[in-house]
Every structure is written in structure tokens, then in C-alpha cells.
Design a protein around this ligand. Sequence first.
Ligand SMILES: Nc1nc2c(c(=O)[nH]1)N[C@H]1C(S)=C(S)[C@@H](COP(=O)(O)O)O[C@H]1N2
Ligand SMILES: [Mo]
Length: 474
Amino acid sequence: MTAAVNPQDADPRPGRLLKAPEHFITPAGVRTVFAEAQAGRRDFIRRAFAGAAGAAGAAGAAALGASSAARAQPSNPVPTEGGDPNILNLPEHSKGLGLPVATDGYGKPSKYESNVQRRQSPGLTQTAQASVSFAPLQSLFGIVTPAGLHFERHHQGWWDVDPSRHRLLLNGSDPSLMKTPKVFTMDEVMRMPSTSRFHFIECGANSGMEWGNVAVPTVQYSHGMLSCSEFTGVPLRLLLDQCGVDYRRARFVLAEGADGSSMTRTIPMEMVENGEVLLAYGQNGEMLRPENGYPLRLVVPGVQGVSWVKYLRRIEVGDQPWASKDEAIHYIDLMPGGLHRQYSSIQECKSVVTTPSGGQVLLDRGFYNVSGLAWSGRGKVVKVDVTVDGGRNWRPARLEQPVMDKCLTRFNIDWVWDGRPAIVQSRATDSTGYVQPAYRQLRAVRGTRSIYHNNAIQSWLVQESGEVRNVQLG
Ligand SMILES: Nc1nc2c(c(=O)[nH]1)N[C@H]1C(S)=C(S)[C@@H](COP(=O)(O)O)O[C@H]1N2
Ligand SMILES: [Mo]
């Protein structure tokens, strides 16, 4: 089970994989989940989802849209005898005229991919304006997240802001910290020397539901507050220089968004001074999407998503942290001794296997390409080890190029499944030598009552039936 595998060898037939069903919860199920949450019942999400993997409880059965019977077979299998009509008969598209150019001025995905969607977690939030949608990591390749599938986190809903009216104000909390406060239009920002860089963004609450125990069924919900784009913009440093900042005293920056939540976060000046923090307007070659902060957002590489302020309208420099609501009472870590840890903003090294992952079904024994993502807020990923026996044996995965700083890295490794239960995990190491912890190690330091900053090793149990479930090892 752990030997290196050449797909050409012994069992050349690649195993077939049923994708995770995308519709986990029906509207009735969402109402059940809300009711349970309001009644204060714990574990409600887990029970509501339970049926997804076949073991339906009362809430689970009500909540589920797709039954496991409905997905027992791959669609349009090759017949065992009598020839395959898909190769014997010419299809329509080989005989007629296709659609003309520019049918869609802005192209969209194939209708056959329409179930690949970002999805909201039922029961997690009371309103859809202060909520989160998760990226479908199980359906993505490589490292770049298509803009339309980028996860969303809004504190007060999203807006399509008119760029001609959008302004960015730079000021100082004390006039001596900045000589010339200034206001910039979007045109002025976009005329400046620009740079493009690939970075991941991860919400500090990603995997937060899993702190106490297994809570959600798929990698979309367990890790999908994660996306990666090529961002284009201007280093914030360039604008601050124009305003005459006294860098000896102005050691912090406050970023504020223009939406009703007035999101503000303190960012240490070191990150700005080294040119890393960008005022970004571009995302994967086009303007930012409205959901992601159009027309201007802050990009703070390696730092949790909350600091990547969208609809950015103000930058203030100061000589101490502001302790705003978004950093004093939210995004803090409750430590085992009862202390609150603040300002733990860097996203530590983490990884997750996306295939196979929760909700998928392995239909055959045989070869599988195990694939996943790894990242670190402190630098590059240098190694990802993968186990298929719950951590007894580890093998190094192939890191696919490019491997970039504070960016997602794709890894792959060959595996021949022998049909016995298997526990698949990945463990990443970054360029500082830091190794992603097991739950046991993380909880020893952080306790069990946190929400934020969970970078523990994820386990997927491949059952004898081929069904894959989210599990946590003791
Ligand atoms: N203006 C504004 N900026 C914001 C937020 C917000 O609600 N309003 N949410 C923050 C949080 S908590 C996260 S995780 C990221 C999410 O960015 P995304 O929606 O582009 O994925 O934006 C951050 N910036
Ligand atoms: Mo977030």
C-alpha cells in the first residue's frame, strides 16, 4: 500500500471516482438545521449532514437532497458487450455547425459543470449578508481559483461599487505621522507602477467548525474558505511614500472598507515597508469581482483574510495597534488557560487532500491520483508527505510547479487502492522548517474551544464500500 506506484504496472486500470454530490441540503433541511441551532442543540451540522455518507438520521434524511442510491453508478458507463455507441455512432457535434463566435461576450463554464458552485453552509449564520460561501476545492485543478468560484466572506453584504466615485483616503492618526494626507481616485491608483503576484487568501475561520470534532462532510465546507489568485496592484508603500510618512514612528497601518461593516484591521508597518502589501484592483487578469472587493482591495500576503479589506476606502498610519472590534473581540484565539490571544494573523502552514475527499466514492480498486493543496503564510511549501494508513507510513508527494511564496502549491501522489479501509492524510512543511501539526499536537497548545487558525492535518477515511468520510484520529 505504501510502495511507489507506476501506473503502467500490475493494475493499469485507473480506478473510477464518483464526485462528491454537490447538493447536500434541501431548503427543508436548512430550516431543520436552523431550528436545531436555535434550540441550542450541539452537533447539529454534523447530524444534518450525516445522511450524506449513507447513515441517515432523522434530521439528516430530511436535510438531504441527493440520496446515496442516486449516485451509485457513474453516468453513461461503457457497455460490457455489443460495442460502445459513443464510439460507433457519430455525435451531432461531429456532423453539424457549431455556435458562432461571441455568442457570449463573456464566456461561462460548460452546462455539464453547472454543479460546481460556491456554497453557503446552512445553519452557520443567521443572515446571508453576514455569511460565507465556500469554494469547491474538490472540483478545482492546479492552484488558481476561477474568480466566479472564489470563496466569499461578507460582514454586511456585497456591493458593485462605481469605480468613478470610489476614493482612497490616506491619513495619519496624528498629523506628525504623515506630512501630506491625500485622496486618490481609481484612475490615479491604476496609473502607478503595478505588480502582479500569486497569493492564497484564507479566512482565519477556515476549518473552524472542526475544532471540537468532525462537523462537515466535504472538503468544500472543511477547507473552502480558501482561494488563490494572481493579484495586480500597486504596493501600498508607494502611496505612503508620496504622503510623506514618518516610518520611524508610524509603525502600524489601519485599513478600512467602504461597506456598512466598516471593517478595520491593524497591519504592522514591516509588511508594508517591504513592498508586499498591495492595493489590488486586478484578479486573474481582469478587474476584481464585486464580491471580492471591486474596485480596490488590500492584499496582505500570508495574513488571514480579514485583513484583506475590500472596497478599501481609507488607510490610516499610527504608532500603535487600534484594537478595533475586528481585532479585539473577533478573530481572537481562546487558549486553554482562558486567555484570549489577539493579533495571531499569519496563516500557518497547512495542507489538505482534495481527491479523494469527503463525499466522494471510489468505485474500483486500482490506481488513483491522490491530489491536494498546501500553503504557508510564512513562505514556500518545501515538502508534503502523504499517508494512506493513518500516519504509520508517509511518502513524499510530488510538488507541482510553480511553487511560490505565500501561494497555494498543488501536490500529487500515486496510489493503488487495494479495497481495504484506508485513512488518507497530508502533512506539509514550509521553508521555515515548520511542520503542519496533528490535531493532538494542535489541541495540546491551543485547547479545543478555538474557532480560528485551525491548521491541523485532515483525515479522510476511505471505507471498504469506497465511500469517503471526514474523520478525526484521536
Ligand atoms: N470591506 C470588507 N472587507 C472584508 C470583509 C468584509 O466583510 N468587508 N471580510 C473580510 C474577511 S473576514 C475575509 S475572510 C475576506 C474574504 O475575502 P473574499 O470575500 O474576497 O473571499 O475579506 C475580508 N475583507
Ligand atoms: Mo474571514
